[in-house]
Design a binder for this molecule. Structure first.
Ligand SMILES: Nc1ncnc2c1ncn2[C@@H]1O[C@H](COP(=O)(O)OP(=O)(O)OP(=O)(O)O)[C@@H](O)[C@H]1O
Length: 475
């Protein structure tokens, strides 16, 4: 532990601190800065400038901080409260309570936010399917229990709605602990989530950690690490399964880019930090299953300017087991959830894991929709009628499959007016099989739009026939 340091420069979130020569705190260690009666500021050492000076990034606003203030190094990384005491609570990146509730007990266990990933030999592979009740996900991009899944999409295509629906679907039926990390998004969304969780009774098994867009870059950059420290404690000390939800991981990369710029480092490709790949890996590799306890991660990833070749997007995608890609054109057509059946994928979609029927059905659904897309140019020029009989049949089935894979969500009930549906995987597969096998060829397309299982479509169709007959009789 070093003796107290003295702040020699403050430039926004960047602090330079002088320590006695030969007694510098290590990189990644925390500094507690005190300036008179002002509240304590927590900062993290980022570089050693010379034998006496370190440069640190503050994880809190530094407004009003003066040169000459004292910085105390504790000889450890930022330590945040973990364990049962934080269940049902909202924390910030430095572990302070953000929900106006009671203070935490003094003896609450604490864990460092920076830790190494578990050794590869200790990790267990993720091959059990985590059913979500969302048709298109369960069929085409199954999520792994203990795996990592990312929802990729540009602005406003439905990432947050999808993550919220997954929270609804998974947390309520889940026996483990859930940890939600809100990274760099609107702070309103965080408070809405807290209220929703409290009302649905899942809050007591959940920990919320927020570093939203109104907070300094250091906080947004460290908040996923804080969430991980909480998740790792439940996994390693308590042997509990943990569901880790992160919205939005792109904001973590962006905050890292801001920090890198503030520290005066030269940018790399597309202006990103030169350490992009290692920063993403340091986060993603800690999300692992060890000794029978699994951490399952669901991450929303913003895709800047809908460019899927963006270096941040590709760096994150490389770590995922399931890639859920949201499509702007599907969102524009109202085909929600706007999950692109062709671009999305999952390593679980293998006959040895999900079984022969599931894998074959998924493959046929994909092939049919892909073939329809290839025909799209011809159709828009000449119309569906000009296709050959075989192509036309395929195109009609593809359109029915696309509609069957839409689904009303529970979280959108309030503004769509349609109650949410959850569909069992077996019913999803049976529905797609029926469409592929031509059993719904004479159904009107809109009977399949925004329904749960196929039975609901049948009821909708029969109700419509009844109405028509009644109308005919009245006429
Ligand atoms: N499943 C859905 N059903 C109906 N409407 C939806 C659905 N998903 C998204 N929407 C519509 O799209 C809008 C944007 O969704 P959302 O906020 O999830 O997008 P986002 O990708 O998270 O956006 P941002 O990048 O701005 O955070 C919603 O407000 C809603 O109107």
């Amino acid at each position: 532990m070093s003796g107290p340091g003295v702040i020699t420069a403050v430039r926004g979130a960047v602090l330079d601190i002088r320590f006695p020569a030969g007694d510098l705190p290590a990189i990644g260690h925390v500094l507690h800065v005190h300036d008179g009666d002002a509240p304590e500021i927590v900062a993290e050492v980022q570089s050693h400038l010379d034998r006496e000076h370190v440069r640190a990034i503050a994880l809190m606003p530094t407004g009003g901080l003066r040169r000459g203030a004292e910085a105390i190094a504790t000889g450890a990384p930022v330590m945040v409260p973990v364990g049962d005491a934080v269940l049902g609570r909202l924390l910030d990146a430095t572990g302070r309570i953000g929900d106006k509730g009671a203070a935490l007990p003094d003896d609450v266990p604490r864990a460092p936010i920076l830790q190494a990933a578990p050794a590869l030999a200790d990790q267990t592979a993720a091959t059990d399917v985590f059913e979500t009740g969302i048709k298109v996900i369960d069929l085409l991009t199954p999520l792994a229990h203990g795996g990592k899944a990312a929802m990729f999409g540009g602005a406003g295509v439905g990432k947050t709605v999808l993550v919220m629906e997954l929270i609804q679907a998974m947390v309520s039926g889940y026996q483990g602990i859930s940890v939600f990390a809100g990274i760099g998004e609107r702070s309103r969304e965080g408070h809405e989530l807290l209220l929703d969780m409290r009302n649905s009774g899942v809050l007591e098994r959940t920990v919320l950690v927020f570093g939203q867009m109104n907070e300094p870059p250091g906080a947004r950059w460290r908040v996923p690490m804080t969430a991980l420290a909480v998740a790792e404690h439940f996994r390693d000390q308590r042997g509990r399964n943990v569901l880790l939800l992160m919205d939005n991981v792109f904001r973590f990369v962006q905050a890292g880019m801001e920090v890198s710029g503030l520290l005066g480092r030269l940018p790399s490709r597309v202006g990103y930090q030169p350490t992009l790949a290692s920063e993403v890996a340091a986060l993603q590799e800690r999300i692992a299953s060890v000794g029978g306890a699994a951490v399952t991660a669901i991450e929303a990833v913003y895709v800047p300017a809908d460019d899927f070749t963006d270096p941040a997007v590709t760096a994150i995608a490389g770590h995922m087991d399931s890639l859920v890609v949201l499509s702007r054109s599907m969102a524009a057509e109202g085909m929600y959830p706007a999950i692109d059946p062709i671009a999305s994928s999952s390593t679980l979609l293998d006959p040895l894991i999900v079984g022969e029927t599931h894998a074959r059905t998924a493959e046929e659904v994909r092939r049919t929709i892909e073939h329809y897309r290839e025909l799209q140019d011809v159709i828009s020029l000449l119309g569906l009628e000009e296709l050959g009989a075989e192509d036309r049949r395929l195109a009609e089935r593809a359109r029915r499959l696309q509609r069957f894979l839409t689904q009303p969500f529970k979280v959108t009930e309030a503004f769509t007016g349609t109650p949410g549906r959850s569909v069992r995987l077996a019913d999803t597969i049976a529905g797609c099989r029926a469409i592929l096998d031509g059993k719904c060829d004479d159904w009107p397309e809109d009977a399949l739009y925004m329904i749960g299982d196929l039975e609901e479509g049948r009821q909708r169709m029969e109700a419509r026939h009844r109405d028509e007959r009644r109308g005919d009789a009245a006429a």
